[in-house]
Design a protein around this ligand. Structure first.
Ligand SMILES: [Mg+2]
Length: 378
């Protein structure tokens, strides 16, 4: 089997639909096609117009080639070799960050093809059991504790979530606002609800330690993204200073960065998202390292059911205690794929047993939102 096309598809959600930069809106999906009719899809959180030229070259004939140019003609089933090929080809200007996001989307599409070729769901190829995994509701920020409690109540009633994460508004992390909010939610729901809190990399080390101490009485399961990703020493200090689990990693890319975060940063919960961190091929290596070092792996996940499916298969193999369920208003969140990934009645999610990722593009939705110009040749 040979790859014939690696197509970045940009989906634009009109501003008129009430989307803004604080919630997932525009998207980039990558479709890999083959000469045997099998195709696979992947996705990354973008930014779409920056990811696109990394995949599809706009400088034909120069030394730089997009990933499509180096992958066409290759056997898509050689996932490990092709990951290395992309990494080595781009490492002078890449090896971290955005280039790895583009690689991640392609890598996921290759795993989708591999699963279809072997008629197995991706979690099986990875050795996962496919058992239900509790999902946690990932809620946006709210202005008041009353609104936050109402939002929590709504998702708990509607979907039976047993775990919820708040995204804080960083501007109000330097006073006691989010400590009060957390206290209010804990008092309202009692001990039955698992709570997590995301600090959006807002703190310096000492401030994070202080904040963590203030949160501790309210039984927060994990404290996410407290520090800047480059503050690895700070993570080590924070982990030592708090009894809460310290979670980090959605901004990290490749096993090399995660190794540092796990071994030097000494964090407890690794939040690798396979659509960002290095795809399934590299993600599984990080999952093994996390297991060896006794850490948890709870994948970050945003975007549509393509990303969610990829992270769910991965979580199954990684033995994750939770998966992140994005509460998003985007019209693409559950509609971009023909197959929806439902929540079980008890707030858990079970990976689909269909071959590959188990989700396929809804072409009518793709046509509705596909970006067609002025860069129409994409
Ligand atoms: Mg986060």
């Amino acid at each position: 089997m040979k790859i014939t096309k690696v197509e970045p598809i940009i989906l634009k959600v009109p501003a008129s639909m009430g989307m803004d930069e604080t919630i997932m809106s525009d998207d980039v999906v990558v479709r890999v096609e083959t000469d045997e009719g099998l195709s696979g899809i992947g996705e990354t959180a973008g930014p779409p117009f920056s990811v696109m030229p990394l995949i599809r070259s706009v400088h034909q004939g120069t030394w730089y080639k997009g990933f499509e140019d180096i992958l066409v003609g290759e056997d898509p089933l050689d996932v490990e070799r092709l990951w290395e090929k992309m990494y080595r080809y781009s490492l002078h200007y890449g090896s971290r960050g955005l280039i790895v996001w583009a690689m991640s989307a392609i890598d996921i599409a290759l795993w989708d093809i591999l699963g279809k070729a072997q008629k197995q769901p991706v979690f099986k190829l990875l050795g996962g059991g496919g058992k239900p995994i509790p999902a946690y509701a990932s809620l946006p920020s709210y202005a008041t504790s009353e609104e936050l409690i109402a939002a929590c109540e709504e998702v708990v009633k509607k979907y039976n979530f047993t775990a919820i994460k708040f995204h804080t508004d960083p501007a109000r992390l330097h006073d006691d606002t989010w400590v009060r909010f957390t206290k209010a939610v804990r008092e309202h729901f009692g001990s039955g609800l698992t709570l997590m809190l995301d600090a959006h990399n807002e703190f310096g080390t000492e401030e994070a330690i202080k904040f963590a101490k203030a949160l501790e009485p309210y039984g927060v399961y994990f404290f996410e993204a407290a520090l800047l990703p480059d503050n690895i020493e700070g993570y080590a200090k924070l982990s030592e200073s708090t009894e809460m689990l310290v979670a980090a990693g959605e901004e990290f890319t490749t096993r090399f960065m995660y190794r540092d975060l796990i071994e030097r940063g000494n964090i407890d919960v690794v939040q690798l998202d396979v659509t960002l961190g290095g795809g399934i091929t590299d993600g599984i290596k990080v999952a093994r390292l996390a297991k060896e070092r006794g850490r948890l792996l709870v994948p970050h996940s945003w975007n549509t059911d393509i990303s969610f499916a990829a992270n769910l298969h991965f979580a199954s193999a990684a033995g994750s205690p939770f998966v992140e369920w994005p509460i998003s208003k985007s019209p693409l969140r559950n509609a971009l794929t023909r197959e929806r990934i439902p929540l079980d009645p008890n707030g858990s999610v079970t990976p689909t047993t269909s071959p590959g990722l188990g989700v396929t593009l809804d072409e009518s939705i793709v046509e509705t939102y596909r970006f067609k110009g002025p860069l129409g040749h994409y």
